[in-house]
Design a protein around this ligand. Structure first.
Ligand SMILES: *Cc1c(COP(=O)(O)O)cnc(C)c1O
Length: 232
Protein backbone atom coordinates (compact mmCIF):
# COMPACT_ATOMS: atom_id res chain seq x y z
CA UNK A 1 0.00 0.00 0.00
CA UNK A 2 1.22 3.50 -0.79
CA UNK A 3 1.41 6.29 1.76
CA UNK A 4 -1.56 7.97 0.05
CA UNK A 5 -3.63 4.78 0.28
CA UNK A 6 -2.69 4.37 3.93
CA UNK A 7 -3.74 7.93 4.73
CA UNK A 8 -7.05 7.45 2.90
CA UNK A 9 -7.72 4.22 4.81
CA UNK A 10 -6.81 5.92 8.07
CA UNK A 11 -9.21 8.80 7.36
CA UNK A 12 -11.96 6.27 6.80
CA UNK A 13 -11.27 4.60 10.13
CA UNK A 14 -11.02 7.97 11.91
CA UNK A 15 -14.38 9.07 10.48
CA UNK A 16 -16.00 5.83 11.50
CA UNK A 17 -14.60 6.03 15.04
CA UNK A 18 -15.77 9.63 15.35
CA UNK A 19 -19.29 8.86 14.14
CA UNK A 20 -19.53 5.82 16.42
CA UNK A 21 -18.73 8.17 19.31
CA UNK A 22 -21.26 10.76 18.14
CA UNK A 23 -18.49 13.18 17.24
CA UNK A 24 -17.91 15.33 14.17
CA UNK A 25 -14.96 13.79 12.25
CA UNK A 26 -13.64 17.27 11.46
CA UNK A 27 -12.86 17.74 15.18
CA UNK A 28 -10.04 15.22 15.00
CA UNK A 29 -6.72 16.06 13.39
CA UNK A 30 -4.20 13.61 11.98
CA UNK A 31 -0.56 14.23 12.87
CA UNK A 32 1.89 12.12 10.86
CA UNK A 33 4.63 10.82 13.18
CA UNK A 34 7.47 11.09 10.67
CA UNK A 35 10.48 9.75 12.57
CA UNK A 36 12.89 7.70 10.45
CA UNK A 37 11.07 8.66 7.25
CA UNK A 38 12.96 10.84 4.81
CA UNK A 39 11.82 14.15 3.33
CA UNK A 40 10.37 12.52 0.20
CA UNK A 41 8.15 10.19 2.21
CA UNK A 42 7.08 13.02 4.49
CA UNK A 43 6.13 15.07 1.41
CA UNK A 44 3.98 12.16 0.22
CA UNK A 45 2.12 12.16 3.54
CA UNK A 46 1.62 15.93 3.35
CA UNK A 47 0.32 15.61 -0.22
CA UNK A 48 -2.02 12.84 0.94
CA UNK A 49 -3.65 15.31 3.31
CA UNK A 50 -2.37 14.76 6.84
CA UNK A 51 -3.08 17.79 9.03
CA UNK A 52 0.43 18.20 10.44
CA UNK A 53 3.71 16.39 10.91
CA UNK A 54 5.38 15.47 14.19
CA UNK A 55 9.14 14.98 14.54
CA UNK A 56 10.87 13.23 17.43
CA UNK A 57 14.47 14.18 16.88
CA UNK A 58 15.98 17.63 16.50
CA UNK A 59 18.47 16.38 13.94
CA UNK A 60 15.75 14.94 11.71
CA UNK A 61 13.70 18.13 11.99
CA UNK A 62 16.66 20.30 10.99
CA UNK A 63 17.56 17.99 8.12
CA UNK A 64 14.10 17.67 6.58
CA UNK A 65 12.81 21.21 7.12
CA UNK A 66 15.18 22.92 4.63
CA UNK A 67 14.23 20.21 2.11
CA UNK A 68 10.63 21.44 2.25
CA UNK A 69 9.40 18.18 3.77
CA UNK A 70 6.55 19.80 5.70
CA UNK A 71 5.73 22.59 3.27
CA UNK A 72 2.06 23.51 3.41
CA UNK A 73 1.41 21.94 6.80
CA UNK A 74 2.51 22.75 10.35
CA UNK A 75 5.30 20.75 11.92
CA UNK A 76 5.27 19.83 15.60
CA UNK A 77 7.93 18.50 17.93
CA UNK A 78 6.70 15.34 19.67
CA UNK A 79 9.84 13.66 21.06
CA UNK A 80 12.02 13.96 24.13
CA UNK A 81 13.68 17.38 23.93
CA UNK A 82 17.04 17.94 25.59
CA UNK A 83 17.37 21.30 27.26
CA UNK A 84 20.54 22.13 25.33
CA UNK A 85 18.67 21.76 22.01
CA UNK A 86 15.72 23.98 22.88
CA UNK A 87 17.15 26.92 20.92
CA UNK A 88 17.08 24.79 17.75
CA UNK A 89 13.39 23.98 18.10
CA UNK A 90 11.71 27.09 19.52
CA UNK A 91 10.32 29.15 16.64
CA UNK A 92 11.01 26.32 14.17
CA UNK A 93 7.81 24.39 14.96
CA UNK A 94 4.21 25.51 15.40
CA UNK A 95 3.75 23.39 18.50
CA UNK A 96 6.00 21.59 20.98
CA UNK A 97 3.77 18.74 22.16
CA UNK A 98 6.27 17.14 24.50
CA UNK A 99 6.93 19.65 27.28
CA UNK A 100 7.40 16.97 29.91
CA UNK A 101 9.29 18.57 32.82
CA UNK A 102 9.67 21.87 34.62
CA UNK A 103 13.25 22.39 33.44
CA UNK A 104 12.12 22.13 29.81
CA UNK A 105 9.18 24.48 30.32
CA UNK A 106 11.55 27.04 31.85
CA UNK A 107 14.03 26.67 28.98
CA UNK A 108 11.37 26.98 26.26
CA UNK A 109 9.88 30.03 27.96
CA UNK A 110 13.26 31.73 28.37
CA UNK A 111 14.39 30.94 24.83
CA UNK A 112 11.15 32.18 23.26
CA UNK A 113 11.30 35.44 25.24
CA UNK A 114 14.88 35.95 24.12
CA UNK A 115 13.84 35.36 20.49
CA UNK A 116 10.88 37.70 20.90
CA UNK A 117 8.23 35.11 20.18
CA UNK A 118 5.60 33.03 21.90
CA UNK A 119 5.94 29.30 21.48
CA UNK A 120 2.77 27.22 21.50
CA UNK A 121 3.09 24.11 23.68
CA UNK A 122 1.26 21.13 25.08
CA UNK A 123 2.04 19.71 28.49
CA UNK A 124 2.86 16.00 28.34
CA UNK A 125 1.13 14.03 31.07
CA UNK A 126 2.51 10.75 32.42
CA UNK A 127 -1.01 9.42 32.71
CA UNK A 128 0.08 5.83 33.40
CA UNK A 129 2.40 7.03 36.19
CA UNK A 130 5.24 5.05 34.64
CA UNK A 131 8.52 5.78 36.46
CA UNK A 132 10.69 5.41 33.33
CA UNK A 133 8.63 7.94 31.36
CA UNK A 134 8.70 11.72 31.29
CA UNK A 135 5.64 13.85 31.79
CA UNK A 136 3.83 15.66 34.55
CA UNK A 137 1.46 13.99 36.99
CA UNK A 138 -2.21 14.99 36.89
CA UNK A 139 -1.70 17.12 40.02
CA UNK A 140 1.39 18.83 38.60
CA UNK A 141 -0.45 19.53 35.33
CA UNK A 142 -3.37 21.15 37.15
CA UNK A 143 -1.02 23.30 39.23
CA UNK A 144 1.07 24.36 36.23
CA UNK A 145 -1.93 25.27 34.09
CA UNK A 146 -3.05 27.63 36.83
CA UNK A 147 0.34 29.36 36.69
CA UNK A 148 0.74 29.70 32.93
CA UNK A 149 0.41 33.46 33.25
CA UNK A 150 3.94 33.35 34.71
CA UNK A 151 5.28 32.01 31.38
CA UNK A 152 4.72 34.73 28.78
CA UNK A 153 7.11 33.06 26.30
CA UNK A 154 4.76 30.15 25.81
CA UNK A 155 1.07 29.63 25.10
CA UNK A 156 -0.53 26.50 26.51
CA UNK A 157 -2.75 24.92 23.86
CA UNK A 158 -3.58 21.59 25.48
CA UNK A 159 -2.27 18.23 26.65
CA UNK A 160 -0.48 15.24 25.21
CA UNK A 161 -0.11 11.70 26.51
CA UNK A 162 1.58 8.45 25.61
CA UNK A 163 -0.15 5.83 27.78
CA UNK A 164 1.45 2.46 28.61
CA UNK A 165 1.75 -0.06 25.79
CA UNK A 166 -1.61 -1.87 25.93
CA UNK A 167 -1.68 -5.64 26.36
CA UNK A 168 -4.90 -5.89 24.40
CA UNK A 169 -7.25 -3.60 22.53
CA UNK A 170 -9.26 -1.36 24.81
CA UNK A 171 -6.75 -1.44 27.65
CA UNK A 172 -5.97 2.28 27.38
CA UNK A 173 -9.53 3.56 27.53
CA UNK A 174 -9.25 4.38 31.23
CA UNK A 175 -6.10 6.45 30.61
CA UNK A 176 -7.68 8.26 27.67
CA UNK A 177 -10.75 9.03 29.78
CA UNK A 178 -8.58 10.39 32.61
CA UNK A 179 -6.85 12.63 30.09
CA UNK A 180 -10.12 13.95 28.73
CA UNK A 181 -11.37 14.71 32.24
CA UNK A 182 -8.17 16.61 33.03
CA UNK A 183 -8.41 18.48 29.72
CA UNK A 184 -12.02 19.52 30.36
CA UNK A 185 -11.24 20.43 33.94
CA UNK A 186 -8.46 22.83 32.92
CA UNK A 187 -10.45 24.24 29.99
CA UNK A 188 -13.31 25.13 32.34
CA UNK A 189 -11.07 27.23 34.57
CA UNK A 190 -10.27 29.92 31.99
CA UNK A 191 -6.71 30.41 33.14
CA UNK A 192 -4.48 33.17 31.77
CA UNK A 193 -2.32 32.16 28.82
CA UNK A 194 -4.22 28.91 28.34
CA UNK A 195 -6.48 27.91 25.46
CA UNK A 196 -7.29 24.22 25.62
CA UNK A 197 -7.82 23.28 21.99
CA UNK A 198 -5.65 20.20 21.54
CA UNK A 199 -5.86 16.84 23.29
CA UNK A 200 -3.16 14.81 21.57
CA UNK A 201 -3.53 11.08 22.19
CA UNK A 202 -3.85 7.88 20.21
CA UNK A 203 -1.34 6.15 17.92
CA UNK A 204 -1.51 3.43 15.23
CA UNK A 205 -2.67 0.70 17.60
CA UNK A 206 -5.14 2.56 19.77
CA UNK A 207 -6.38 5.69 17.96
CA UNK A 208 -9.96 4.44 17.66
CA UNK A 209 -10.19 4.13 21.45
CA UNK A 210 -8.56 7.55 21.83
CA UNK A 211 -11.14 9.09 19.48
CA UNK A 212 -13.95 7.39 21.40
CA UNK A 213 -12.56 9.03 24.56
CA UNK A 214 -12.23 12.57 23.24
CA UNK A 215 -8.88 12.87 21.45
CA UNK A 216 -8.66 15.87 19.11
CA UNK A 217 -5.34 14.84 17.55
CA UNK A 218 -3.96 11.40 16.86
CA UNK A 219 -0.25 10.88 16.12
CA UNK A 220 0.24 8.06 13.65
CA UNK A 221 3.45 6.63 12.24
CA UNK A 222 3.30 2.94 11.38
CA UNK A 223 -0.23 3.00 9.91
CA UNK A 224 0.90 5.70 7.44
CA UNK A 225 4.50 4.77 6.65
CA UNK A 226 4.68 1.08 7.50
CA UNK A 227 7.05 -0.48 10.03
CA UNK A 228 10.11 1.56 10.94
CA UNK A 229 13.46 -0.05 10.25
CA UNK A 230 15.83 0.89 13.02
CA UNK A 231 19.50 0.70 12.10
CA UNK A 232 21.23 -2.24 13.78
C1 LIG B 1 6.39 7.24 16.94
C2 LIG B 1 5.42 8.04 17.72
C3 LIG B 1 4.05 7.98 17.45
C4 LIG B 1 3.44 7.06 16.41
O1 LIG B 1 3.60 5.73 16.74
P1 LIG B 1 2.97 4.56 15.81
O2 LIG B 1 2.71 3.45 16.75
O3 LIG B 1 4.01 4.24 14.79
O4 LIG B 1 1.74 5.09 15.20
C5 LIG B 1 3.22 8.81 18.19
N1 LIG B 1 3.68 9.63 19.15
C6 LIG B 1 4.99 9.70 19.42
C7 LIG B 1 5.43 10.65 20.49
C8 LIG B 1 5.90 8.92 18.74
O5 LIG B 1 7.19 8.97 19.05
Amino acid sequence: MSIAENVAALRGRMDEAARAAGRDPSEILLCAATKMNDAERVKEAVAAGVDCCGENRVQELLQKKPMGAYEGKPVHFIGHLQTNKVNKVVGQVELIQSVDRQELLDAVNRTALRMGLRQEILLEVNIGEEPQKGGFSVEQTLALAAKMGDYPGVFLRGLMAIPPIPEKKGDNCNYFTKMRNLFIDIAGKKYDNVSMVCLSMGMSDDFEDAIACGSTMIRVGTAIFGARHYPT
